[in-house]
Write a protein that binds this ligand. Structure first.
Ligand code: LAC
Ligand code: ZN
Length: 477
């Protein structure tokens, strides 16, 4: 391959562990986004020492590195940089080192799958709240790198809120341990939090000490069906204003329900959404957790509120199995839409809660104007929606309308006081929107921090920072 980097120093250090051809390398040309690009080499890190060696050599060689967990990024943040570079795959560092009920922390390696950590904690009646929809396949390292959220964000916040301490390797190979195992920490800058959401541009996380909570003893769910997406969104506002704090408040429009129902049939009442042809129906799924008594009372209150808010249908699951199927269906929306359309751009806008109804209206207007199907679902209680644009990648006109619609979505979120990403990150797709979303002085500080930690720019170049080359561009107005 012309222009391929000289990998001799890495080969000398890692021998045949350095993969330079074959299906494993090829598979790492993509993440779960629409961006793909081949890598020059792949290394499965097995220890912090491996990561330190790789970062020292890459820094000397000026070789770009993309750290990677299980590759579920939807923004291109885990795709190799231009010119190839090294994929540093952390998925084999997957030990849960500790789950400590006395300190209420878990210590994990970055390749641990989110659901595995949640199960290990639950086995000791403990709770790791962040629950990205991809939790069975996404890894903690990637969750940290993107500040992943999920359906529990409303009550429990996002990954960042659970970080007590991190071990991070920075370019040059130095190992930084920052944070502590304590509940409180007023001892210097919150450096661990700086790496959370940095999308592999500042350092490579090799271990994390994460906070745990006691496991709630009960969960209750309400499904409420409405005749219009706007009515469903307005109901959410009423629940939040009533002083209730559900663990999850999720919205799914008719298309999202139909798609999910193909993977988990009947879970959403089968008849929950489609009634009128061509309708704009939507459902809200609300999960209340806590004690048996508290969760049941809250469930009744939400159900009553749905009935008095014009819900066409209010359903409470009969048992835990039915409830689990409802939430499995919610998590299946993304894979279901992938099956249902030749291609899809799943977005991640977030607005202040008071602007949720307005954002839903803007999404529907953009779909009409750009003549595209945009499926609406997401963590509506957090103001975090995943408008998903369906398109055909071989239809150039559709692709260009898809890009314009994505740009419109980000612009609308910004105009409503929100952001282009609530929980997926910026990656490569949205990097040119960063200057519109971040204050110029703050952006300059971000650049300075990047240069300080990564002076040769080897860590995930071409991601997060604007360079005029993101697939989705701000529209000139
Ligand atoms: C979800 C992913 C797309 O919430 O974040 O399903
Ligand atoms: Zn989500």
């Amino acid at each position: 391959m012309t222009g391929s980097p000289d990998l001799a120093p890495l080969r000398a250090a890692f021998g045949t562990r350095l993969v330079t051809e074959g299906p494993q390398l090829d598979a790492r040309a993509r993440d779960a986004s629409i961006v793909t690009r081949p890598a020059a080499a792949l290394l499965f890190a097995q220890s912090t020492a491996d990561v330190a060696t790789a970062l020292r050599l890459a820094d000397e060689m000026r070789l770009p590195i993309v750290p990677r967990g299980s590759g579920t990024s939807v923004t291109g943040s885990a795709v190799p940089p231009e010119g190839g570079g090294l994929v540093l795959d952390l998925s084999r560092m997957q030990r849960i080192l500790e789950v400590d009920p006395d300190d209420l922390v878990a210590v994990v390696e970055p390749g641990v799958l989110t659901a595995d950590l949640r199960r290990a904690a639950a086995a000791q009646r403990l709770f790791y709240p962040p629950d990205p929809a991809s939790l069975e396949t996404s890894s903690i390292g990637g969750n940290l790198a993107t500040n992943a959220g999920g359906a529990s964000g409303l009550k429990y916040g996002t990954t960042r809120d659970y970080v007590s301490a991190l071990e991070v390797v920075v370019p040059g190979g130095a190992v930084l341990r920052t944070g502590a195992r304590t509940v409180k920490n007023a001892t210097g800058y919150a450096l661990a939090q700086l790496f959370v959401g940095s999308e592999g541009t500042l350092g490579v996380i090799t271990a994390a000490t994460l906070r745990l909570l006691p496991l709630p003893t009960a969960e209750r769910t309400v499904l409420a069906g409405f005749d219009a997406v706007e009515a469903a969104a307005a109901f959410v506002g009423r629940v939040l204003a009533a002083g209730l704090l559900p663990a999850s408040l999720e919205l799914m429009d008719r298309r999202a329900v139909e798609a999910a129902s193909r993977i988990v049939p009947g879970a959403l009442m089968g008849d929950a959404a489609p009634s009128a042809q061509d309708g704009d129906e939507a459902i809200v799924l609300c999960r209340l957790d806590g004690t048996e008594l508290g969760a049941t009372e809250a469930q009744e209150a939400v159900a009553d509120m749905a009935r008095t808010s014009g819900a066409r249908l209010v359903h409470l699951p009969h048992d835990r199995a039915e409830e689990d199927r409802m939430w499995a269906a919610r998590r299946a929306v993304t894979p279901a839409l992938e099956q249902a359309s030749p291609a899809r751009l799943g977005e991640d806008v977030v607005v202040p809660r008071s602007r949720i109804v307005a954002m839903v209206g803007r999404i529907r207007e953009i779909a009409r104007q750009r003549r595209l199907t945009i499926v609406i679902f997401g963590h509506v209680g957090d103001g975090n929606l995943h408008p998903s644009i369906l398109f055909d990648p071989v239809d150039r006109d559709q692709v260009s309308r898809m890009r314009a619609a994505a740009s419109d979505l980000f612009t609308a979120a910004l105009e409503l006081g929100g952001l282009p990403s609530g929980e997926h990150g910026i990656g490569e797709l949205k990097k040119d929107f960063l200057p519109l979303a971040v204050d110029p002085v703050a952006l300059e500080l971000m650049r300075s921090l990047k240069t300080l930690l990564d002076p040769h720019g080897i860590l995930n170049p071409g991601k997060l920072f604007p360079d005029g080359r993101s697939p989705i561009q701000p529209q000139r107005r």
